[in-house]
Design a protein around this ligand. Structure first.
Ligand SMILES: Nc1ncnc2c1ncn2[C@@H]1O[C@H](COP(=O)(O)OP(=O)(O)O)[C@@H](O)[C@H]1O
Ligand SMILES: O=c1ccn([C@@H]2O[C@H](COP(=O)(O)O)[C@@H](O)[C@H]2O)c(=O)[nH]1
Length: 205
């Protein structure tokens, strides 16, 4: 690789549409873009049993292994491959296996607190915050967590009120001021098109 990859961070509240924006971006630009979900860097809680893991606050910054993420991002930006951890949402558990991620021209790091830690933000070339109203986000989250993450309605509501909402207000929303671009409502066609143009420009050099 001739030059360092271009690193984009996409932050925002749960259900804001971060993954959707990141996916649309990566799908349109193909293999030149690598997606890194922050969720893969949740701390390894395999020493806790399932009932204990259900009680963990997954929206507090301390839930993430920032050292590992900072180190792996630095490695990718230096043009070296990483062994990225994988995460199982149904079991609240880091999977035993890792996947090899090769460096590419553009790296997209996506997750609720991607703009929280300076060791990460210092490495990002473009910082994006996806802003979507809380009522829309919780409705999206209920549907997604029940359909894709093995949860029930009562559990989603309880978690939202006890940790997700207060942590969003305390830690996630304040990171918006670090963003270069704020995208309203997630997969906003115009905003995604502009991001695609930017990314294509970076790939072409
Ligand atoms: N602009 C949008 N309009 C309608 N539904 C959306 C939009 N963006 C995302 N969604 C849906 O909302 C849910 C959560 O989106 P996702 O991108 O996973 O959010 P996040 O990664 O921010 O938690 C998904 O089911 C997705 O299909
Ligand atoms: O074991 C876990 C780990 C995370 N969560 C929740 O996931 C969201 C972050 O994912 P998004 O895709 O950005 O919504 C976070 O709000 C955690 O509450 C979980 O429930 N269990």
């Amino acid at each position: 690789m001739d030059r360092s990859p271009y690193a984009i961070g996409i932050a925002g509240g749960t259900g804001a549409g971060k993954t959707t924006v990141a996916r649309e971006l990566t799908e349109s630009v193909g293999e030149a873009v690598t997606m890194i979900p922050l969720d893969n860097y949740y701390e390894d809680l395999s020493h806790l049993d399932m009932d204990e893991r259900r009680e963990v606050n997954y929206d507090h910054p301390s839930a993430f292994e920032w050292d590992l993420l900072a180190e792996q991002l630095e490695t990718l930006l230096a043009g070296e491959p990483i062994e990225m951890p994988q995460y199982d949402f149904e079991r609240h558990l880091r999977k035993p296996e890792r996947v090899t991620v090769e460096p590419s021209a553009v790296i997209v790091l996506e997750g609720i607190l991607v703009l929280y830690d300076e060791r990460i933000t210092d490495q990002l070339d473009l910082k994006v915050y996806v802003e979507t109203d809380a009522d829309v986000r919780i409705l999206r989250r209920i549907r997604r967590d029940v359909v894709e993450r093995g949860r029930d309605l009562e559990g989603v509501i309880e978690q939202y009120l006890s940790t997700v909402k207060p942590m969003h207000e305390q830690f996630v929303e304040p990171t918006k001021k670090r963003a270069d671009i704020i995208i309203p409502e997630g997969a906003n066609r115009t905003a995604v098109d502009l991001l695609q143009e930017k990314v294509e420009g970076e790939i072409e050099g």
